[in-house]
Ligand binder design. Structure first.
Ligand SMILES: [Mg+2]
Length: 323
């Protein structure tokens, strides 16, 4: 169903006007050419650097075992054909092996793939070494997971785009020199933390992507709504039910429509972040579960494992290794 039918109180024209405000929102880049984009970026600033290690566990194994370099490898939690890969090297990814692929399936689609058992302690040691290398260039504001950190950039010495680009290159070099050649990362630079994370995913491996205020929201149009943090499967279904299938359609929604879709302030926050506003939200404290709410093991039932639920596996693996 078209958007104007889903939100009859607002016309698309009104939406367009509202997406350009408030006054703090960045100006639109109407030129669109790469040359203009680059020259406008040179005068702009970014507030965040987000770093995401590429194929992290697999890269650590390739660093530790030179015979594995340049080869398709998969890291598994235990040596069993029935388990899933929790990481794949870029050589394995090129053949279609992903986080969540069953080992037996990985062997079928990528004959000769090396299966390596995960070494939790080693990945934590590398994590600490990588953080120390990053901090020789820029202070880390937040350790997001075992393979992601976020850094707030400060002042004229870090924020102008050319300076921030050079800083990002120095961070990459520091990791290669101080930790290891195989440790590559993708870095996103952007006006806020969320967009910097999005930017870090836009080019892999070894990427460096800059999103600036003047390029928003057009520079996001080649992404899918699911590429935005917080838009998972369920939220994406809700968006599609309202006719929002593309980033362009998502960007055309006004703040009230976003609030309705998200069911509260979260929608307003995403609306502002997509326009480059820089603010962070304190992490909500996890609710603890009392013993009385936990079923005894014999009564508890687990949902069937889904080999396609790669993101969940990855998150569980990260949490396990970062704790
Ligand atoms: Mg990563």
């Amino acid at each position: 169903m078209p958007l104007d039918k889903q939100f009859p109180l607002e016309t698309q024209k009104q939406n367009q006007q509202q997406t350009q405000g408030p006054s703090t929102a960045p100006r639109q880049d109407r030129q669109g050419s790469a040359r203009d984009n680059k020259s406008s970026q040179a005068e702009e600033s970014v507030n965040w650097l987000f770093l995401d290690l590429n194929s992290y566990f697999a890269s650590v194994e390739q660093q530790e075992q030179p015979k594995l370099r340049g080869k398709p490898i998969a890291v598994v939690p235990c040596m069993a054909e029935t388990t899933c890969c929790i990481a794949a090297s870029y050589e394995a990814k090129a053949k279609g092996v992903k986080t969540g692929t069953l080992v037996a399936e990985a062997r079928l689609i990528c004959p000769g793939i090396e299966i390596v058992e995960a070494r939790q302690k080693l990945y934590v040691e590398y994590h600490e070494a990588i953080k120390a290398a990053v901090e020789t260039c820029v202070p880390i504001t937040e350790t997001v997971s075992i393979d992601e950190v976020a850094c707030r950039l400060m002042g004229r010495s870090e924020q102008p785009v050319p300076v921030a680009r050079a800083l990002a290159q120095r961070v990459k070099q520091a990791i290669r020199e101080q930790v290891g050649d195989t440790l590559r990362c993708s870095i996103g630079l952007a006006p806020n933390r969320m967009l910097a994370k999005v930017a870090s995913n836009m080019q892999k491996p070894d990427g460096l992507t800059v999103l600036t205020s003047s390029g928003l929201p057009h520079s996001l149009y080649r992404l899918k709504p699911q590429d935005i943090p917080g838009i998972g499967g369920r939220m994406n279904q809700r968006l599609m039910a309202r006719g929002v299938h593309t980033m362009e359609q998502l960007s055309a929604l006004n703040v009230e429509q976003m609030r309705i879709l998200w069911g509260g302030m979260a929608g307003e926050r995403v609306w502002l972040w997509l326009r480059g506003a820089d603010f962070t939200v304190p992490k909500s404290t996890h609710k603890s579960v009392g013993h009385q709410h936990v079923l005894p093991p014999k009564k508890a039932t687990l949902p069937p494992a889904s080999p396609t639920n790669a993101a969940t596996l990855r998150r569980i693996a990260s949490l396990q290794y970062s704790s």
